[in-house]
Design a protein around this ligand. Structure first.
Ligand code: XBP
Ligand code: MG
Length: 225
């Protein structure tokens, strides 16, 4: 069960972040998130929640912040869809190869993300094909986002599997906590934004898919334990 943002794709710094900034600009707002500030804001999962929390921190009252965040997020989601359809978001190196190896071993694949379905679905279709993932649960279908386990619980339900028969792959501490709270073992594949986070409880931590695939003790490639 794979996370998307930061895991299958490096989508945050040069994908979502500039699209949030374009939405600010198009709506006449002076805010711009640089690489560093966006990294701190990633602690709040979900683009709309992230926007609302930020707007409140900039002095917008909570109900105005919620409305404005919803409007900005719709705008940003459209921009993200265009980025995806323009082929601007690539798979992380080695991700496609790993997925192919897992399928060849007869594993069933799923996605559990807090991202919005409107851009997640076209992205997965474009990068990995229509039918690779048997189940795709996005942030649009669950009430609570990671680190809450809801997306993983829903994905397990749709797969019809207990957590003991599945495994999660994540890039972040929030994602790891969501997976562990759902009872899943979790491999972490870090990226520049997450490599210093606390991954206590992970089954393994790798810097990338190449490192994972090269590791003879790799938990999934070695079969389920
Ligand atoms: C990803 C998120 C998402 C993206 C932006 O977390 O938190 O909110 O940053 O996408 P994870 P949306 O990788 O743990 O799923 O704007 O569509 O929410
Ligand atoms: Mg992630």
């Amino acid at each position: 069960m794979f996370d998307v943002d930061g895991t299958l794709v490096d989508s945050e710094r040069d994908g979502h972040r500039p699209m949030f900034n374009a939405a600010f600009a198009a709506n006449g707002l002076p805010y711009r998130w640089d690489v560093e500030e966006y990294g701190r804001l990633l602690a709040i999962t979900g683009g709309r929640r992230r926007l609302a929390a930020y707007l409140e921190s900039r002095g917008h009252d909570p109900s105005e912040a919620a409305d404005l965040a919803a409007r900005l997020h719709r705008d940003k989601t459209e921009r993200m869809r265009s980025l995806v359809s323009g082929g601007e978001i690539a798979a992380r190196p080695g991700a496609r190869e790993l997925l192919g190896e897992l399928v060849a071993q007869g594993m069933r694949l799923a996605v559990a993300t807090t991202g919005t379905r409107d851009w997640v679905e076209p992205l997965l279709r474009r990068l990995f094909g229509q039918d690779l993932f048997e189940v795709v649960v996005t942030g649009s279908e669950v009430r609570t986002l990671k680190p809450d386990p809801a997306a993983y619980v829903e994905a397990l339900n749709r797969l019809g599997l207990p957590a003991s028969r599945a495994m999660a792959v994540e890039d972040s501490g929030n994602g790891l906590r969501a997976a562990v709270a759902a009872g899943l073992r979790c491999v972490v594949v870090t990226n520049d934004y997450t490599r210093h986070e606390d991954f206590t409880g992970a089954a393994a931590v790798y810097r990338g898919f190449a490192a994972w695939r090269a590791d003879p003790a790799a938990p999934l490639l070695a079969g389920s334990r």
